[in-house]
Design a protein. Structure first.
Length: 206
């Protein structure tokens, strides 16, 4: 091989060949070590464990759940349910069926353990017509059960007469069902007495 066409170069490490035509120069001799160094750095970084995240290393603590005991009945209630009663009015017995809703606040350990308002309506089975009432109710714990009293106005309704107004006072107890009794008076009809049962169902508690 004639030296006129091929320039012999000393042996070196790099990407350029040892023999180049004419005056071609290797411009990548200094870039090769840099590339090797970058590859080594990337490999080392990939092999090194990721830096610990302080937010992840902090243990997550969940406070224990606190539920009120089932024996604690304190709260505000909406009671709904049907009722039936037998009444002595206008010198004869008759029966009524209806429903009522009561909003009550219960504090079992207080002297007055229950305070609320009761709205109800019922219909006579023989007389025709019916009645609507709004009672204020209070209660307390006696012999292991809630017992109390009610007081409020009554409106007697009839298809053949104008509404008659009256009032009543009553007593009640709660033992799964709520028996009650009340005594009242209604204009033009006189005094009435009534005993019945209300099935009180807690529709809402807060």
């Amino acid at each position: 091989m004639s030296s006129r066409y091929v320039a012999l170069k000393p042996i070196h490490w790099g990407l350029c060949p040892q023999a180049l035509e004419g005056q071609q120069r290797c411009t990548d001799i200094t870039a090769t070590p840099r590339r090797i160094a970058c590859l080594v750095a990337v490999a080392v970084a990939a092999a090194a464990p990721a830096a610990a995240d302080p937010a992840r290393t902090t243990p997550i603590t969940v406070p224990p759940a606190s539920f009120p005991p089932t024996s604690d009945l304190d709260g505000t209630y909406l009671w709904l349910g049907p009722l039936g009663a037998a009444s002595w009015i206008a010198d004869r017995w008759d029966s009524t069926f209806g429903a009522d809703a009561a909003i009550t606040v219960v504090r079992e350990r207080a002297p007055v353990a229950l305070v609320g308002v009761d709205l109800g309506a019922s219909r006579w089975t023989a007389r025709g017509g019916g009645r609507v009432w709004v009672d204020g109710v209070i209660g307390t714990q006696l012999i292991g059960h809630m017992m109390g009293a009610s007081l409020g106005p009554i409106v007697e309704l009839s298809a053949l007469a104008h509404p008659r107004f009256g009032a009543s006072i009553g007593v009640w107890g709660f033992a799964g069902i709520a028996p009650f009794a009340r005594l009242g008076t209604i204009a033009d009809l006189g005094i009435f007495a009534e005993v019945g049962i209300h099935i009180a169902l807690p529709a809402l508690r807060r």
